[in-house]
Design a protein around this ligand. Structure first.
Ligand SMILES: CCCCCCCCCCCCC/C=C/[C@@H](O)[C@H](COP(=O)(O)O)NC(=O)CCCCC
Ligand SMILES: Nc1ncnc2c1ncn2[C@@H]1O[C@H](COP(=O)(O)OP(=O)(O)O)[C@@H](O)[C@H]1O
Ligand SMILES: [Ca+2]
Length: 589
């Protein structure tokens, strides 16, 4: 049956590109054109997977920067994904490749365009036809509208996608629209903005799916239903972490091309249960202490744009706070992977594929993905929880690497996008130089976990509560200057929550001395007033002012129009070894 379809789609003929003659072959999976006049050894061949063909148009057509059409009888133009490397990022930039072919006759030209269009329909079933696009006109450098209209809309039009565009007029408009309005006929939703805008779509899409399934999303015991609508992100925000960590570059054209060809990347989501039965969702950062304080501080300086985070980061660092609390976590299966195994989750990641089999009972049936999720706690009991008490600079939980331009490898470089786990990073109270070293290592390839006051655990769930006021005052002597005293830092204990058995003690070098106090006399102006004893949670850029939370990771709850980070090195190897490249990259051949 498949072979028959392949045969029906197959087309082979001589075509001209400029003044050179090529042998062009469409096999259903690939469109390949090989220079016809040269000897076999050096012949130039380009092979484009059908899945990466953006569109085909009759005539000689240009799209970017402006559309122009020369309506000739024997020509057709093929648009496709073309890769180039970018030094400033971890992934590959995608550009719109374009080749104009000339046929010997109009009949053959029409045959080519018809066959290519049929191949696209047959082999790219997830390509969107109708999208709902939300533009935040105030995100990042306030260029959302311009980015969409000049770089994205022409590509959507070329691919025959009809888009319903809403420029938001208030915060949470996109979320509310997705929760309440008719979404019939839409294949996906797209945000043009930053992580906050993505978070609105995430909440809208998850909430809507649970509503329609009749599930109570606020109940932490409920197994949430997977979301059928795909989410696309056109980066136009300040941090753009979700885009960076799933695509590898911050580039509107690259992201638009991933949407157009219907790429599909499953993503783990963390539900954060807080207050009286409320829930928020996060894919990148649930952070208490430093990251919560930076976010709270940055909200006062929104007018600074993306620079507000640098400024607030410096202010919060100088205020040198730490917080005492109890963290409990449910460890993930250590046989699957580890946050310190030095691997990276790249496009086609083996750990994530294996997890798909584990997370869904019948992984061979695509339909079952939406019904048979086994949930994170199939067999665990209270005894499996590990409990840690102490004073922390920050407690962070991330479902993915959370890489971004500031930190190209991210908060947890070996975290996986879709393995059903999150990485819990505990940074114990330490002196300012130690903490600066920790932060600085995020900007380099040095291991930020290889520090005595940092630990990282791969987990399925986390609970956090602050120390009671009495414990806090005892620990602090009433002043939260966070860097002094024998009680600061890694003085806590680790225990199995169920058995209450202490397992760990303070590692050497963690006792702080009075000398530390002299490290930063310039900080006194900032920190010698009574600092707050509680921080707030940073939940993907949203402030949660409730210290006590319960977090649970939901494996592959949503899907993005993305494919994970493509490994530039392997493409380069392919080019260097002179293998026939199945991608149209502009790397040296
Ligand atoms: C001495 C140099 C220190 C550099 C430290 C770098 C650490 C970077 C880790 C960043 C993790 C980012 C996780 C993502 C958070 C976003 O959801 C959130 C909101 O983004 P947006 O909606 O686009 O505004 N961004 C932040 O909370 C900013 C954190 C910045 C911390 C310095
Ligand atoms: N029209 C609007 N006016 C004000 N706030 C908005 C509007 N549209 C969206 N928002 C909110 O702005 C916040 C930040 O948006 P985002 O696009 O993430 O930009 P940035 O990355 O610069 O923070 C989001 O939390 C979102 O809810
Ligand atoms: Ca994960």
């Amino acid at each position: 049956m498949r072979a028959q379809m392949e045969n029906d789609l197959r087309l082979e003929s001589s075509l001209w590109v400029g003044n050179k003659r090529y042998l062009a072959v469409l096999t259903g999976w690939h469109l390949k054109w090989t220079e016809a006049d040269k000897k076999n050894r050096d012949k130039k061949a380009v092979s484009v997977p059908v899945a990466e063909v953006v569109g085909v148009e009759e005539g000689r057509v240009e799209i970017l920067p402006h559309k122009s059409v020369e309506d000739t009888d024997r020509d057709f133009t093929v648009f496709y994904v073309k890769r180039s490397s970018s030094r400033s990022s971890s992934g590959l930039l995608w550009r719109l490749g374009r080749t104009q072919f000339t046929c010997p006759s109009r009949v053959l030209r029409d045959q080519w365009t018809r066959h290519i269009r049929t191949a696209l329909k047959t082999h790219s079933p997830l390509r969107p036809h109708r999208l709902m696009v939300f533009i935040n006109p105030f995100g990042g450098k306030k260029k959302g509208r311009q980015i969409y209209h000049s770089q994205v809309a022409p590509l959507f039009e070329l691919a025959g996608i009809s888009s319903h565009v809403i420029v938001t007029e208030r915060a949470n408009q996109a979320r509310d629209h997705l929760l309440k309005k008719d979404l019939t006929g839409f294949d996906g939703v797209v945000c043009v903005g930053g992580d906050g805008m993505f978070s609105e779509l995430l909440h809208g899409v998850i909430g809507r799916t649970q509503q329609e399934a009749g599930l109570c999303e606020n109940d932490p015991a409920v197994t949430l239903q997977q979301c059928p609508l795909h989410i696309g992100i056109i980066p136009a925000g300040s941090t753009d972490c979700v885009c960076y960590a799933t695509v590898g570059v911050i580039d509107p054209v690259t992201s638009a091309l991933h949407i157009v060809i219907g790429d599909s990347q499953p993503l783990d989501v963390c539900s954060v249960h807080y207050g009286p039965g409320q829930v928020k969702y996060s894919v990148s950062l649930v952070g208490y202490g430093f990251y919560g304080d930076v976010l709270a501080e940055s909200e006062k300086h929104r007018w600074m744009g993306p620079f507000r985070y640098d400024y607030s980061g410096a202010v919060v660092f100088l205020s040198n706070r730490s917080y005492r609390g109890t963290v409990q976590y449910l460890p993930a299966d250590p046989l699957m992977s580890s946050p310190r195994d030095k691997t990276r989750c790249l496009s086609g990641c083996g750990v994530c594929s294996k997890s798909t089999e584990k997370l869904f009972t019948n992984s061979s049936d695509e339909g079952s993905l939406y019904s048979s999720y086994s949930g994170p706690f199939s067999n665990e009991s209270e005894d499996d929880w590990v409990s840690v008490d102490g004073r922390f600079k920050c407690v962070s939980l991330t479902c993915m690497s959370s890489s971004c331009a500031k930190s190209p490898l991210g908060l947890s470089p070996s975290a996986h996008l879709a393995d059903g786990t999150g990485d819990l990073i505990l940074v114990w109270d330490t002196n300012p130089l130690g903490f600066l070293t920790y932060l600085y290592r995020h900007t380099t390839s040095q291991d930020q976990f290889d520090l005595p006051f940092v630990e990282v655990h791969r987990v399925k769930a986390v609970r956090f509560s602050l120390a009671s006021e009495g414990e806090e005052a005892e620990d602090n002597g009433g002043l939260n200057i966070g860097m002094d005293g024998e009680d600061g830092g890694y003085n806590g204990s680790t225990s199995r929550a169920g058995s209450k058995q202490n397992l760990a003690t303070r590692p050497e070098g963690q006792t702080k001395t009075s000398k530390d106090k002299t490290l930063n006399p310039f900080m006194c102006g900032l920190c010698c007033r009574k600092a707050p004893t509680a921080s707030v949670w940073n939940c993907d850029g949203e402030i949660l002012p409730f210290p006590k939370i319960f977090c649970k990771i939901h494996g592959q709850l949503v899907r993005l129009y993305a494919r994970g980070i493509e490994d530039g090195a392997s493409l380069k190897d392919c080019a260097e070894e002179r293998l026939e490249c199945n991608r149209t990259c502009s790397l040296p051949r």
